[in-house]
Design a protein around this ligand. Structure first.
Ligand code: HEM
Length: 216
């Protein structure tokens, strides 16, 4: 039996996965100023498909007592992503975007797992939204600085209804600690968070490959 609160156990047992996602070349280049605005747009495009699936799963999970405490309209990102894409690509944005291979697989996983298994849903929900409220805020600041965005284009990272991200994350972690999952279920949830991180890491590899192919 683990003595750690679940939120800490989860964070510690997925630390390596987080480092791999964070350390991907595509992300590193974007953060260090070597990326282009097209790279950034390519990432926003993939977010569109991911959040479409995640937020559809959220709708379906609203009746589940385990999932419910994690669900908040304050987190909803899809309308902000749509606004960002309209700003970045133009009114015809929807006809001009398509998911990369990893995104298709990631979305399938969210549809299959997160829509029917509350623990799996929480795993995918946690990996994206707690990341967006953490490193996402660093990414936003750097993108604003590099590409001159104010709010248009980075709306995805602006949680207008969350005044204090740190407090929101603390509450989220308390909710993770409060779910009465046994040791087996905790391990399954942690494994699913690792799966989610792996999709994000693979997506960065896909984005690098797509970029290399487009300049070749
Ligand atoms: C340049 C890329 C990234 C940077 C700089 C970054 C940075 C950070 C930082 C500083 C924290 C700790 C914040 C805190 O304790 O309040 C954090 C937490 C987190 N990040 Fe990232 N991150 C990056 C990419 C990612 C990616 C790609 C994902 C997954 C989609 C992700 C998911 C998470 C999650 C889930 C947490 C919360 C961990 C926890 O406290 O339980 N991050 N990130």
């Amino acid at each position: 039996m683990s003595v750690l609160p679940f939120s800490q156990e989860l964070r510690e047992r997925t630390r390596t996965s987080h480092s791999e996602s964070e350390g991907a070349d595509f992300m590193g280049d974007l953060m260090s100023g070597k990326g282009t605005v097209s790279d950034y747009v390519a990432l926003v495009v993939q977010h569109y498909f991911i959040y479409e699936a995640l937020e559809a799963a959220t709708e379906r999970m609203k009746n589940d007592p385990v999932a419910l405490p994690f669900i908040s309209d304050k987190l909803t990102r899809l309308p902000a992503i749509e606004e960002d894409l309209r700003f970045l690509i133009g009114d015809e944005w929807r006809d001009q975007i398509s998911p990369l291979g990893t995104t298709v697989a990631y979305v399938d996983r969210i549809r299959e797992v997160a829509a029917v298994w509350a623990g799996g849903f929480v795993a995918h929900h946690y990996t994206r939204y707690l990341g967006d409220l953490s490193g996402g805020q660093v990414i936003r600041t750097l993108m604003q600085r590099q590409f001159g965005f104010e709010t248009n284009g980075v709306g995805f990272y602006l949680f207008g209804d969350i005044a204090e991200p740190r407090r929101f994350k603390d509450t989220y972690r308390e909710q993770l600690d409060a779910v009465p999952w046994d040791e087996d279920e905790r391990s399954r949830v942690i494994d699913e968070v690792r799966v989610a991180y792996q999709f994000n890491t693979d997506l960065f590899l896909d984005l690098s490959r797509a970029k290399a192919a487009s300049v070749a």
